[in-house]
Write a protein that binds this ligand. Sequence first.
Ligand SMILES: Cc1ncc(COP(=O)(O)O)c(C=O)c1O
Length: 400
Amino acid sequence: MTRPLSTRTQNIAASLTVAIDTLAKQMIAEGKDVVSLGAGEPDFPTPEPIQEAACKAIHDGKTRYTAPVGILEVRKAVCEKLEHDNDLHFTPEQIVMTSGAKHAVFNALAVLINPGDEVIIPAPYWVTYPELVKWLGGTPVFVQGSRENDFKITAEQLRSACTEKTKAILVNNPCNPTGSVYSRDELESLAKVIVEKDIYCISDEVYEYFVYNGKFMSAAALDGMAERTIVINGFSKSHCMTGWRIGYDAAPLPIAKVIGKIQGQATHHPSNVAQYAALGALQMGMHSVNRMRDTFKKRRDYMIERTSKILKTPAKTPEGAFYLFAPVNDFYGKKTPSGEVITGSIDLCRYLLEQEGLAIVPGAAFGDDSCVRFSYAASDETLQKACDRFESGLKLLCST
Ligand SMILES: Cc1ncc(COP(=O)(O)O)c(C=O)c1O
């Protein structure tokens, strides 16, 4: 076949996080001893009330097509959650249930982007954002959050990144990979620029329940933001439902209507059973989520304590999500025992995987080559082993 594939697809990079996870799984399948902190996935099972809701849905015959935007009962429950937790006032017509939050991000970008439109992405960023923007014909514009500002961007930075072509900003709060959380004041100052520049905001809030100090604030709740913000959320992280593939867009009505149209043609709707499972999640209360947050906080503290003894430049303490973004550039230029020079985060992660059987993700995947990302959504024993291997691998590196 000589006819070329779509040029848009040729610009898309494969996800480095998925690549590391796949390689680690392959090594494990070959019988190698690998500790993986690569995947952003809670290590707990899906809570029982959710499993029961799904089983009941199957037994009740909820196995046929639903409306493209999802089941009304579920969308009503999402509205109640948004009202109760986030002080956001949505009607069910503004909610579109999706096949995971990733799909909800895709939907939001698909509705907004025209070829050549610029989308501002604060860096470090979740790997998927720039690739989806490029795929849809847009241009990602990266604004670097400095380490000194806890990897967050400022209103001044945002203002100077805006051009005539800017269509939207993608805010991920709390952030994967840095664990940074924007305070109300910081969000307010960003929101002022967003309103002044008359751009849209896509607010990815999948880690909202994993904030370790203070309360999470949705960007959509600020003055002038409701009519220009698409809220993205899902159940993968908060309710240990990564494989169920269920999330949602909550958007201004005209946008929600178009998202429904796109989805109706592309996937029709997320699994009927997964929607009932999500309803179970929304109705079960916060006990297991709160318990998980407390566990993650202890693990975060452990990771900070261990890595601060290993690294020359200590990592910032993450305020949310379940990732540690650790600076490792002090080790660049050093040689591995086999004589290879570590030139950046990809080299370092490959070396740690091959030498120590430790899978972590290079910061380059997230737009910051000076760091590596650990996911601490893993057991205490796994974290201890991971830190031991990290320490041992770095000790073996010698100056050139
Ligand atoms: C910031 C962010 N948004 C969205 C997602 C995707 O979540 P889902 O499994 O619901 O598609 C992830 C998963 O890693 C994420 O880190």
